[in-house]
Design a protein around this ligand. Structure first.
Ligand code: SF4
Length: 367
């Protein structure tokens, strides 16, 4: 069995670790490029969500590199994510790929099915061995999240454009080779040192602060979001991302007692506008926008794949939230046709607006 999986930010690092440590051969899909997207778009239904199309491109490229088994997450609705694997299975069959797709359904779907699939991918190793490897992957996820948060802080004041991104990429490479608990801890420390060694300049005034909300794939995958965090950071903006992999896993895959504290806080914040789960991160996009306003952020960027139903619900509510909480907000609905030039122009106009708003607050004595 040669397994592969879709890209989503640095997710490939813990997945590669877990599968290889369980004795399964791994084919990591090549990094996402224009070719990946073109392949995915060509072979996906036109109505499909953008992440499905990019995943399809990942799978085709991984098959070309020898993968024969795809590991894919499942879903229980209400959005279309639960159909992803089925659609992809049919398309790959039509294309002549004799691949198997193993769908890891969430525990709320079928716990027995999930455990059986894990046992199979783990070459029927004991649960003690499997648990140890899962913990190692988990430690990598937490460490990668920490490195990412640090990179966002460092980038704002880097002297040389791109230096933080280079250091962050090197830190990720260190994590790829960390295959023990001590190794992960050491890779984290070395990664932090790399980031702290980026030359910093003195900031003349406090940077604008922007929160990013939206659909998880678009928020986590830099190719899909046109490298929004890097772009904003290099413009001197402090960025806070509302979704992290570790947080998502705690919220959706672990028992309720492990739920992060802010899960209920986000729901409470959104309550007056949206009082139920609408799939994906629709509810969180609304709640997080309100929380960013309460934390005195200058603005919020909402990113969603074109036609994403949960985020369309959020998009229809967010203008009212923005008005009520006086927090400027911009939505980017993205797909394979999104271009960087238009994105930058809109972003620059948004930043101008935020700077003006801050200036007028200063003049009126509000800050
Ligand atoms: S959250 Fe949106 S983009 Fe993701 S699967 Fe659901 S509908 Fe598609």
């Amino acid at each position: 069995m040669k397994v592969t999986f879709p890209h989503m930010g640095p997710l490939w690092i813990p997945l590669k670790t877990v599968f290889e440590e369980l004795g399964t051969e791994v084919v990591v899909p090549p990094p996402i490029t224009k070719k990946t997207v073109t392949l995915g778009v060509r072979h996906s239904p036109e109505f499909a969500c953008f992440p499905l199309k990019v995943n399809m491109g990942n799978f085709i490229e991984a098959m070309e590199h020898g993968a024969d088994t795809i590991i894919m997450a499942g879903g229980t609705g209400p959005c279309r994510f639960g159909y992803y694997a089925e659609v992809q299975r049919e398309v790959l069959l039509d294309l002549g790929y004799n691949s198997e797709i193993i769908v890891l359904e969430p525990p709320q779907g079928s716990l027995r099915g999930l455990l059986a699939n894990i046992k199979r991918i783990a070459n029927h190793k004991s649960w003690t061995e499997i648990w140890k490897v899962i913990q190692l992957g988990w430690q990598q996820i937490i460490a990668l999240d920490e490195l990412h948060k640090l990179s966002l802080k460092i980038r704002i004041s880097e002297k040389e454009k791109g230096a933080t991104t280079k250091a962050y990429e090197k830190a990720q490479v260190l994590m790829v080779d960390a295959r023990t608990f001590a190794g992960v801890a050491q890779a984290l420390e070395e990664g932090k040192e790399l980031l702290h060694s980026v030359n910093q300049k003195q900031l003349i005034q406090p940077p604008l602060k922007i929160g990013i909300v939206g659909e998880i794939y678009m928020v986590l995958e830099p190719y899909a979001n046109l490298e929004i965090e890097r772009t904003l950071g290099e413009m001197g903006v402090e960025v806070d991302r509302s979704i992290y992999l570790g947080h998502w896993i705690k919220e959706h895959l672990l028992p309720k007692v492990f739920q992060p504290k802010d899960v209920e806080e986000i729901k409470r914040a959104a309550l007056n506008y949206l009082d139920h789960f609408v799939g994906g991160h629709g509810l969180e996009s609304v709640g997080q926008t309100i929380l960013y306003s309460q934390r005195n952020f200058d603005g919020v960027v909402h990113i969603l794949p074109f036609t994403c139903t949960p985020e369309i619900v959020a998009q229809s509510i967010l203008p009212e939230v923005s008005k009520d909480y006086q927090i400027p907000l911009i939505s980017f609905s993205m797909d394979e046709h999104s271009g960087r030039a238009g994105f930058i122009t809109r972003m620059e106009a948004f930043l101008d607006l935020l700077s003006q708003k801050r200036e007028s607050k200063k003049l009126s004595g509000a800050v």
